[in-house]
Ligand binder design. Structure first.
Ligand code: NAI
Length: 494
């Protein structure tokens, strides 16, 4: 049987120390009988050569051939053109679901463990869309924007993964965290697709919770959650909160799952303050490695390692960042040696990891797609243009701006219906106390005499052209009806 190939990037800072130690553990547990680790060049050394992606072309090819990347933490260059390599990797390879497991561990004291509260939950975070698209522009002298894109197929992929995983783990309830009370269209779509995906999993109860209430509930009563699915930015924040509940980032594993390529990594960063000193705690990377082994079908090896880690933590052996401070701490190598010595042991104070039969890899790398895929959820909707929002760079007061805009649309099929500033209506009505900045949304809708569906976007562009003669137009968005439903939101106060 040929061995699985796993692309390996050790990372920066403490990355090489914790990765070397983890590979020693894998070797001792027999993982190398089934898998071969292929080193790839990614991270600080690649950025230093002027490569703004932080990974060589050969590294990209190898990861794409293997379908699996096991990585240590990597430094994001501050300033300059270098983007976070972690975000780039997830987006480049469409690793759409970030899956993190948070469990109370023996020997890792927290306020909850002291109170006898056991935590065992997971977060599935959408990993590609939302504000992480990095689509940002300076629009006016005073205003910048970050576009927040949420797509139905993107939601469907992440929700399907969450429910499939919940089914595999035998979970009874999955929550969707969101802010759909405020972002009715974007978070509303995320929530709507959650409910739609859940219909295929009738044995699982669905619930939703607004993200601010979720944060409070997690602190007050974390044991009420089994799995929570969240959009990207909210998921990023909530998953670090959950890491805090079980002892910090050093104890939280992370998997970035895609249909073709998946990435397994430690959650913490490169810890430059302790790099090279042999002090780093390798637990997060080991736990991520265990998730990877299970993903590959090496569940028996994963469980053996998990039980040895739990037995080690139970014994009180600890690195400097956690554990009983009255007992001396050990370094990375000694900590790993202690785990290796306990391979074959099972923990006594917490449930042992399930022990599947000696496993063989079941991971089959999906065939490489011939072209980029266009994924779609809603097809063949009937759409009509019913107006447009034009965004202007202007320092005029709302009433003066309205006069200009009414002149501009006088001989067109449109009437001026709204002007808003930072999302709040300032014309035709508004409060004198609403402060305005130099960026306006001006909404034009069809005059009552014009029938929707009688023309497309060309008339909006003609209006835009006319307005551009006297104003700086930042952008415009068509107002469209999709199968009879408005595809745009109302302004606050409208
Ligand atoms: P950090 O997680 O590297 O360090 C925060 C604190 O936690 C430090 O005091 C550090 O010593 C400690 N710490 C972290 N991991 C530890 C471990 N395994 N054992 C013992 N102590 C540990 O976060 P920071 O300082 O904000 O970021 C440093 C660099 O790491 C930055 O360049 C950042 O961009 C990068 N980073 C990379 C990530 C990744 O590759 N997934 C994730 C987060 C940050």
């Amino acid at each position: 049987m040929s061995r699985l190939k796993i692309a390996l990037a050790s990372g920066d800072g403490i990355g090489p120390e914790i990765m070397d130690a983890t590979l020693l553990l894998f070797k001792a547990a027999g993982v190398m009988d089934h898998a071969e680790f292929v080193p790839v060049e990614m991270g600080a050394s690649v950025f230093a050569k002027g490569n703004s992606r932080g990974m060589t072309d050969e590294a990209i090819r190898t990861v794409e051939d293997c379908g699996i990347l096991f990585k240590g933490p990597m430094e994001t260059p501050k300033g300059g053109g270098g983007k976070s390599i972690n975000v780039t990797a997830r987006k480049l390879w469409n690793a759409y679901a970030n899956f993190r497991v948070f469990k109370t561990l023996p020997g890792v004291e927290t306020v909850y463990s002291k109170a006898g509260l056991a935590i065992d939950m997971s977060i599935v975070r959408e990993n590609i869309e939302d504000t992480y698209g990095g689509v940002e522009q300076r629009l006016t002298s005073d205003v910048v924007q970050c576009k927040r894109l949420i797509s139905a197929p993107g939601c469907d992929e992440v929700h399907r993964f969450a429910f499939q995983t919940a089914r595999k783990l035998g979970l009874k309830k999955v929550h969707c965290g969101h802010k759909a009370n405020i972002m009715k269209m974007s978070d509303g779509l995320f929530l709507e697709r959650f409910r739609a995906a859940g219909r295929d999993f009738p044995e699982i109860e669905l619930a939703d919770v607004i993200v601010d209430a979720l944060c409070m509930n997690l602190v007050v009563k974390p044991q009420q959650y089994q799995m929570i699915v969240l959009p990207n930015l909210q998921g990023d924040i909530v998953s670090d909160l959950c890491a805090g509940l079980v002892g910090g980032l050093g104890f939280a594993p992370s998997a970035n799952i895609g249909s073709n390529i998946s990435i397994f990594e430690a959650v913490h960063g490169t810890a430059p303050d302790i790099a090279g000193k042999g002090l780093a705690n390798p637990t997060s990377l080991v736990l991520s490695g265990i998730m990877m082994l299970r993903h590959l079908g090496l569940g028996a090896q994963g469980s053996t390692i998990e039980n040895a880690l739990l037995a080690t933590l139970e014994s009180g052996i600890h690195t400097g960042d956690f554990g009983d401070k009255s007992k001396p701490s050990v370094g990375t190598t000694e900590f790993m040696r202690a785990i290796i010595e306990r391979l074959g042991s099972i923990p006594k104070t917490v449930p042992a990891a399930p022990a599947p039969d000696a496993s063989q890899p079941s991971f089959i790398r999906p065939p490489k797609p011939a072209t980029q895929q266009v994924i779609r959820t809603f097809k063949n909707l009937v759409t009509h243009v019913v107006g447009c929002d034009i965004y202007l760079d202007s320092s005029l007061a709302p009433v003066a701006l309205a006069e200009e805009m009414q002149k501009a649309c006088a001989d067109t099929p449109f009437k001026l219906t709204l002007i808003s500033n930072r999302g709040t209506q300032v014309w035709p009505t508004g409060s004198i106390y609403t402060e305005c900045v130099d960026y306006y949304r001006v909404r034009f809708e069809l005059k009552d005499s014009v029938t929707p569906g009688t023309f497309g976007q060309a008339r909006c562009i003609a209006l835009l052209d006319k307005i551009a003669e006297g104003f700086t137009v930042c952008s415009y968005e068509l107002l469209r009806i999709f199968d009879g439903m408005k595809g745009y939101s109302l302004a606050q106060g409208q």
